[in-house]
Design a protein. Sequence first.
Length: 168
Amino acid sequence: MINWQFFPRSTEPPLHLRQVVDVFVKHAEDIDSAIHTLPSNAVLSIVRAGLEELDFQVERSKSKIDKIKVPVLFGRNGMLEKSFDADGLNKATKTVIEIEAGRAVTNYQFLKDLFQACMMSNVEYLVVAVRNIYSSNKDFETMATFFDTLYASNRLQLPLKGVLAIGY
């Protein structure tokens, strides 16, 4: 089963993010963490074609040539000095996607994803997909509660228009 929540909750999720959810829903049986213990790259390979149909560039492998580099800092003469890798990027909708598995909550990888998306040039939306269940932990619920608290407290203003949390 696919769970999802868009933040801030006071804003309706944009169509392009609903379409991303639809890609995960289409492949729910193949990636359901209650049944499968797939690594994140396997989940990415399953949803890749659907994301590419939505005009996302999607990482094909961990080799340098297949990485999706998103600019962060520019130096002299406009040369790229710092970038972060993403699992997927849609330049038109300014959306970055990260798919996590076992270390999503255990190692707080979703927080690193949030930080990196906030630093990325020309990124307005972040999609973070995590397992619903990892071992006996409810990773999606933990991540969604964190984002809910972050937005509800209003103590930290993010430079993003929104964050879409997906549980698979």
